[in-house]
Design a protein around this ligand. Structure first.
Ligand code: ZN
Ligand code: ZN
Length: 368
């Protein structure tokens, strides 16, 4: 099968012909239909996420089940079904799945990235996050695969396995936004824009989008932000406070990653407000915060991986919201790429030109 392979950090990812290994009983083979490029993959490419080359990046995808390692155990899908290969599995067996927190599933955090193939020199090739979506075929753990019932365009549905469920979950599962609350979203990349839409659907009053990129602010306004703030022009903390009666927002979601954005997110929340942290600039990053704001002011500072989604519950809800038009993926899918143009998708994401660039054509034009 053809796959874009990260062979050295920060270098172009050539498309190679790989020798796929046989499936284990707990795995399924999925033919990739659409694979979004995400900031997680950008970090992986820049050696900021503990990947080991050679590796196939791409941590979520939409595809069609081609083969199952063994009959049974596939949780409601079979050969020929349209599925999401999610960025976060739900094994239903580990401690975290047992307490209703599959966002911390042991399968994701406690198992090594699987070797899925060998390259032309015989070297083992791993799949990032157990997915490896920038490839014609995906070898996935069956507990990471969910059936999707929708005829919306593939590029839009491919966002269900990461951005949509994470943004939805940040607002609904983690912050638990109530009608009328003010919500500020720091960082209006794809994740921030899903948070804006989820806040609107949750009935938030004021929704304040914060981002230095003008096009992103415009998209946020079109998707439901009542106010947008340019942090490059004037202190965003002061601007958000001005928009929330001088107190600060009831809920702030940080969806950018840099330390400054996290510090600003905490500072622009009101006392006893809620701050949801979703961004990571790199896995070894450190944040310094004022102790008073943390200990005395009664804030809820909440960690958010995959929106604390329970995919068996939230995937259907998010699909319904897409189907009804309440969640709109059209402005977020800003480009579609062939697999051979994966490097263009990578640079467009890194330079903030794409919101979600999606690889939707895996046919061969050349093999390097
Ligand atoms: Zn992602
Ligand atoms: Zn688990």
């Amino acid at each position: 099968m053809r796959a874009a392979v990260l062979e050295a950090f920060g270098a172009p990812m050539p498309v190679r012909e790989l020798d796929l290994r046989d499936l284990f009983a707990h795995e399924v083979l999925v033919r990739t239909v659409a694979a979004p490029f995400c900031s997680t993959d950008w970090l992986g490419w820049r050696a900021m996420r503990g990947r080991t080359p050679p590796v196939v990046l791409g941590h979520t995808a939409l595809g069609v089940v081609e083969r199952c390692g063994s009959p049974g155990g596939t949780r409601g899908y079979g050969v020929g079904d349209l599925v999401v290969v999610a960025g976060t599995p739900q094994c239903d067996e580990c401690f975290y799945c047992g307490i209703g927190r599959p966002d911390q599933c042991a399968l994701l955090f406690e198992s090594p990235e699987p070797v899925i193939a060998a390259d032309h020199t015989g070297r083992p090739v791993r799949a990032a996050g157990g997915v490896g979506a920038y490839a014609e075929l995906i070898v996935a753990d069956r507990r990471q695969v969910w059936r999707v019932d929708s005829s919306l365009p593939a590029a839009q549905l491919s966002l269900l396995g990461c951005g949509i469920t994470t943004g939805h979950g940040a607002i609904v599962n983690v912050a638990r936004v109530r009608p009328g609350e003010s919500v500020a979203v720091v960082g209006l990349g794809h994740l921030g824009l899903w948070c804006v839409q989820a806040a609107r659907v949750a009935g938030a009053g004021r929704i304040i989008g914060v981002d230095p990129v003008p096009g992103r602010r415009a998209t946020a306004a079109a998707l439901g932000a009542t106010d947008v703030v340019d942090p490059a022009v004037h202190d965003p903390v002061e601007q958000v406070r001005c928009l929330s009666e001088g107190r600060g927002a009831d809920v702030v979601v940080e969806a950018a990653g840099p330390e400054l954005a996290v510090q600003q997110a905490v500072a622009m929340s009101r006392r006893a407000g809620t701050v949801v942290l979703t961004g990571v600039q790199w896995t070894e990053g450190r944040i310094s915060l004022p102790q008073n704001a943390l200990a005395i002011h009664g804030r809820r500072i909440l960690s958010c991986q995959n929106g604390q989604s329970v995919m068996s519950r939230d995937l259907r809800r998010c699909t319904d919201l897409l189907e009804s038009g309440e969640y709109d993926a059209r402005p977020i899918v800003t480009a579609e790429y062939t697999l051979d143009r994966i490097d263009e998708a990578l640079y467009a994401a890194g330079e903030f030109r794409d919101l979600s660039g999606v690889v939707t054509d895996f046919r061969s034009t050349s093999v390097r």
